[in-house]
Ligand binder design. Structure first.
Ligand code: FMN
Ligand code: SF4
Length: 421
């Protein structure tokens, strides 16, 4: 099977968003027409058959979320596209927004149709401000051509989309913090239950999906669930868009079928390690992901294979670190990021991050003790289990995996202990 596929990314560089006819010529809005013609149950069954799992990080089965949303009764509902993409090392949603905005608009419209919503928002991170106006223009063009607005495709279904700019907080990528920020409050997560699917934006049911998930929905409906599920493995069907970065010869965004190995991704897709160096470790799924040592490079890139070893696919970022990278310095950068991004609402995350960053700086300066190492492991475990939201729960993942796989190197920074490799 080819290492790089063109399924979700099939429209890249094939049309300009100012010319919607070019999108229509390559099969644009075919998926929406199919959805409207066949009805919500058909769409949900296609998504179920495709095996699609949410691409925002949690990998929740998309059909289940839509099924629940579809059956929920309310006088007003919302659908959101989460384009906050705040996970360091992740930039695949940006490419979708830039190179195929109508596929996202189409996916949002299908999502609204199935879930009985008439209003949608796309929450685009502030750092992508250069894309906000393009997206607004694409929405206006789609409206003028009858694909958005009143009585879409003469079906009696009304749907409009508005662009909302994030303000640069990582935690606002979490659904409920996003909604809080949109309601003019501080971007902090809400207590759940109730889930935002029941009580979301303006206290109305709100369905949130990642950009790539919505692009997948459009693709699945256009080509059929069976065609999509032909790619990948039995439990991880289809393809995944990855952001490949770090010490790699060809960094970038690639669409790969699930089931190829990490080694194939690094060497066949990414061209190998920069300056013909050797992989020291990978970090999967962004800053909140685990560190994987090079002796696990034969692991297949699939939910089941990675889960079995405790590694997340998360946002789909794969960061390559070569042998020049220091594990302690790397952890310091990661933990400082989370320390900065902690919203401060709960103690384990707010205080835990502060202490971990402080101790790592001490270890990095060669002044650490074995007690320090034991303490950061304890703090990391408390954060993992007691933090209020996913940010604090996943922030120590890199540290805990480094303790598991790189303890000799961590200990080599501890006073009195010297390890030779
Ligand atoms: C701290 C934090 C940050 C998140 N950031 C993002 C993000 O930038 N983009 C995204 O799609 N999901 C993000 N999520 C996950 C969302 O809360 C949510 O699960 C996702 O948008 C659902 O879409 P999906 O079902 O299509 O994956 C984040 C979660 C947490 C806990
Ligand atoms: S875990 Fe961190 S980001 Fe989440 S609520 Fe607690 S302090 Fe805020």
């Amino acid at each position: 099977m080819n290492r790089v596929q063109k399924l979700i990314t099939e429209n890249f560089d094939k049309y300009h968003y100012k010319n919607i006819d070019e999108y229509i010529e390559i099969g644009g809005f075919h998926a929406l027409k199919k959805a409207i013609h066949n009805g919500a149950d058909y769409v949900i069954s296609q998504i179920k058959l495709s095996g699609l799992r949410g691409r925002g990080g949690a990998a929740f089965p998309t059909w289940k979320k839509w099924h629940i949303g579809h059956n929920r009764k309310a006088d007003r509902k919302f659908v959101f596209c989460n384009a906050d993409e705040g996970e360091p090392g992740t930039f695949k949603d940006r490419e979708l927004l830039k190179k195929d905005p109508y596929k996202i608009i189409e996916g949002m419209t299908i999502s609204a149709f199935v879930n009985g919503a008439n209003e949608g928002y796309i929450y685009i991170r502030e750092e992508y401000s250069y894309l906000h106006d393009n997206f607004r223009e694409a929405i206006e063009i789609a409206e003028n051509h009858g694909y958005l607005g009143k009585d879409i495709l003469n079906s009696g279904f009304d749907f409009s989309i508005k662009v909302f700019s994030g303000a640069g907080a990582y935690v606002c990528g979490e659904n409920s913090s996003m909604i809080e920020s949109m309601e003019g409050k501080a971007g902090r997560p809400r207590i759940k239950p109730p889930r935002i699917g029941e009580v979301g934006y303006l206290n109305k049911p709100t369905l949130v999906n990642n950009v790539e998930t919505l692009a997948c929905v459009t693709t699945i409906l256009k080509h059929g669930a069976e065609e999509y599920a032909r790619y990948g493995t039995e439990s991880s069907t289809g393809t995944k868009i990855i952001s490949l970065c770090g010490n790699i010869k060809r960094p970038g965004v690639y669409e790969i079928p699930f089931g190829i190995t990490l080694k194939e991704i690094i060497y066949d897709v990414g061209g190998g390690v920069e300056k013909d160096g050797k992989v020291k470790f990978l970090q999967l799924g962004g800053a909140s992901g685990a560190i994987l040592p090079r002796d696990l490079l034969e692991t297949k890139y699939s939910y089941e294979d990675l889960d079995a070893n405790g590694f997340p696919i998360g946002s789909g970022s794969i960061l390559v670190a070569d042998e020049t990278q220091s594990i302690v310095k790397f952890l310091e950068a990661i933990e400082d990021f989370f320390y900065h991004e902690s919203c401060g609402k709960c103690t384990p995350c707010r205080e835990g991050k502060r202490q971990i960053s402080k101790i790592l700086r001490k270890i990095s300066a060669g002044e650490g003790t074995m007690d320090d190492l034991n303490n950061i492991e304890k703090i990391a475990n408390v954060m993992k289990h007691a933090s209020f939201c996913g940010l604090g729960q996943t922030a120590p993942t890199a540290l805990l995996s480094a303790i598991k796989y790189f303890s000799p190197e961590l200990c080599s920074n501890i006073d009195g202990i010297r390890v030779t490799y």
